[in-house]
Write a new protein. Structure first.
Length: 338
């Protein structure tokens, strides 16, 4: 009998919690550093499965000295709430999309420029290389620490309750939920749609009550958040690649002795690489699974979208905002845009 990656991941999720609890119980009296890690994704998403494994590995290798508790599914608040908690030290770790982080660190949005990446080869070339280093340096200026390996969210697709999105004309007047981020709002306005900035915790209800016609997210999130229950169409636009920076509060990070910092960073980065593989494999099989649950798929004309953005000056505008140096770093990985 062959098990799919999805079944393996769900099995890992089922086993991880009791194991984590038993390890914490064994080490309860030894923990010198009890830190909270928050994210907004469902517990079944690869990010949380790998985070639980990471937490257990850190607890074991530090002999119980570092206990990182995982709070999934927005338990500690919305993205904007938790970013504030991270900055104040109420939460020690947080994974956040660079595009949402850009409300604090404008440079972080450059990795989400619309239709910039044509596949994962160019994504990892940029984010594990010069572009990632450039963004991490800017994050450091905000008194946050970004781990070296960004975690994967995937290429984003558009879902709709009203019509499939095949080209730019289909977005005219389309009410679409976007995260709280200037780049998303700017791009969809440039495409003549009506973007509404809504935190992720409210996406399902906003679609259900028709506050918006559609939303955009990677297939893994469309699946794990059950958005197929309130949407009819899924258009494969690949309009943005999105990843999660694993962020630490600088004061909390520097409280850890150097040897513990090395252990924590090593396990976080290793978990991030495994999560990348999980998301890629999960997305590969999700189209068929989501189609069976009622989503109608179509492939969009990405060249037409890119040409539209170029024509209306979207790329030129964001080149000015990010500056010539940062834009040159991006184009060295993806080719000319503006």
């Amino acid at each position: 009998m062959t098990l799919s990656r999805r079944h393996v991941l769900h099995g890992a999720a089922a086993c991880a919690l009791p194991l984590a609890l038993s390890q914490r119980s064994a080490f309860a009296s030894k923990a010198e550093f009890r830190y909270k890690y928050a994210n907004n994704l469902p517990a079944t998403h690869p990010m949380n499965i790998r985070a639980l494994q990471m937490s257990q590995a850190i607890l074991a290798e530090t002999g119980g000295r570092v206990d990182i508790q995982v709070f999934s599914n927005g338990q500690l608040g919305s993205d904007t709430d938790v970013l504030g908690q991270l900055r104040s030290g109420g939460v020690e770790f947080f994974t956040l999309s660079g595009l949402i982080l850009s409300t604090l660190v404008p440079a972080a949005s450059i990795s989400g420029v619309g239709f910039a990446f044509d596949g994962y080869d160019s994504v990892w070339k940029a984010m594990d290389g010069e572009l990632g280093a450039h963004i991490r340096a800017r994050i450091a200026h905000a008194n946050l620490v970004a781990m070296e390996r960004i975690w994967d969210n995937g290429f984003r697709q558009i879902t709709s309750s009203t019509r499939p999105i095949a080209g730019p004309a289909d977005l005219q007047g389309f009410k679409i939920r976007v995260p709280v981020s200037p780049l998303w709002t700017s791009m969809f306005k440039a495409l003549d749609s009506a973007p509404a900035s809504i935190n992720f915790a409210e996406v399902y209800s906003s679609l259900q009550t028709k506050i918006v016609d559609g939303q955009e997210n990677p297939l893994a999130i469309i699946s794990t958040a059950k958005l197929y229950e309130v949407q009819k169409y899924c258009s494969l636009t690949n309009h943005m690649w999105d990843g999660f920076w694993f962020l630490a509060n600088r004061r909390a990070w520097e409280r850890l002795p150097p040897d513990l910092r090395d252990i924590v960073a090593r396990h976080i980065n290793a978990a991030g690489l495994r999560e990348r593989d999980d998301v890629a494999e999960l997305n590969a099989g999700l189209q068929k699974e989501l189609a069976a649950k009622g989503l109608a798929f179509n492939t969009a004309d990405t060249a037409a979208f890119r040409e539209r953005l170029r024509k209306v000056g979207f790329y030129a505008e964001w080149k000015r905002k990010h500056g010539d140096q940062a834009w040159a770093i991006l184009e060295r990985s993806v080719g000319a845009l503006a």
